[in-house]
Ligand binder design. Structure first.
Ligand code: SF4
Length: 358
């Protein structure tokens, strides 16, 4: 692979650039410009049962504990001096906590919103636990963003995973959050029991059409201590292989990016000691999916050209992303007839055969 030292159009050969475009991933404010997230884990609190794939204790590294202890810890944490934080109630079904707990947690958050110690409040919950009245009350108490563990909009997948709601209810939940004037986050789970790749592709399209603030993609893993582990041991569930998962994630990312929806997370955050028995794991899973999604985007751009392109110029900082993990995608770009080169410009470009490259 050669490098162009200067942008070709800066050398007087601007006509040879057939397309010039930014990286398609929606830009979020840089991490240091966002308040750090202070997670408040409430494992299984408010959940109507245990979903087949879920082991919140292992995922959060915290055992379920009384809510008054969690509230006391939160009060203590917030009363210590520190920068503004974004409070995130995770690990359970926050909007279905028994009364008066959602209000008590949010009243605590609200006191610190008033002083500036808390910048924003979010929670995660189920799509069938977001009634309009509850959402309005929680919004008025300071809640800003609701992340729904939708997992899928596909009836068959939801039934096989015994989520207890169907696709229409999942959609209604998302719409209720938006109708309440709250920001929406959507979590999807490719590879969950009963799910087909086409259904996951449709899930991504449906999520993108809702224009949520963010989306999280958590491929289904078999965790010890779950019902899924028993199903897997009995041969009744087979996780998706890694290559199928990466392809599905890449397709979903391409759809989300096109809609301007950032993927805040791709793959489960693996706490040390997370008891994963099986499933599509890779230390660079998000990177693999992003690289492939970028390839899909370039392919789409190529298809829109009337003149064949011979070269893809990419910013140097994207070298690893364009070529993929261990240059795995070099052959795919070659198969598209593209020579990949690096340049100093901030955008990507497709160049015709006459590009004057250094
Ligand atoms: S997936 Fe969500 S609703 Fe189901 S048990 Fe886990 S935290 Fe509760």
């Amino acid at each position: 692979m050669r490098s162009c030292l200067k942008a070709p159009d800066q050398e007087g050969g601007g006509g040879c650039i057939l397309a010039r475009f930014p990286h398609p991933e929606p830009q979020r404010p840089p991490k240091k410009a966002r308040p750090p997230v202070l997670p408040v884990f409430l494992p299984f609190a408010g959940c109507p049962g245990r979903c087949v794939f879920c082991n919140q204790t292992a995922q959060t590294g915290q055992a379920p504990r009384p809510l008054d202890a969690a509230l006391r810890d939160l009060e203590e944490a917030l009363s210590r001096p520190g920068p503004p934080v974004e409070l995130a109630f995770y690990g359970g079904t926050f909007t279905a906590l028994p009364e008066p707990w959602p209000r008590r947690f949010l009243e605590c958050a609200g006191r610190h919103l008033a002083t500036g110690r808390v910048a924003r409040v979010r929670c995660s919950t189920r799509p069938d636990a977001v009634g309009a009245v509850t959402l309005a009350q929680l919004r008025d108490l300071g809640l800003s963003l609701v992340e729904l563990g939708v997992q899928s909009f596909d009836d068959a997948a939801l039934a096989a995973s015994r989520r207890g709601y169907d696709g229409a209810a999942a959609l209604r939940g998302c719409e209720a959050v938006l109708a309440a004037g709250l920001a929406l986050g959507v979590q999807l789970m490719p590879g969950m029991p009963g799910q087909r790749p086409e259904a996951f592709a449709a899930d991504a399209a449906r999520a993108a059409a809702l224009a949520p603030e963010l989306c999280r993609l958590y491929p289904c893993l078999v965790l010890e201590g779950t019902e899924l582990a028993a199903l897997w041991r009995a041969g009744a569930y087979a996780p998706w292989p890694l290559d199928r998962t990466v392809d599905a994630l890449a397709g979903a990312l391409a759809v989300l990016w096109r809609a301007g929806v950032p993927a805040a997370r791709v793959g489960l955050a693996e706490e040390p000691g997370l008891p994963v028995l099986a499933g599509p794991r890779h230390p660079a899973l998000g990177q693999l999916a992003r690289s492939k999604a970028l390839l899909l985007h370039v392919r789409e751009r190529l298809a829109g050209l009337c003149v064949p392109a011979r070269t893809l110029c990419a910013p140097r900082r994207l070298q690893g992303e364009v070529l993929g993990h261990k240059n795995a995608l070099a052959a795919e770009y070659a198969a598209l007839g593209l020579d990949v080169r690096l340049w100093d410009a901030a955008e990507l470009a497709l160049l015709g055969p006459d590009a004057p490259l250094a």
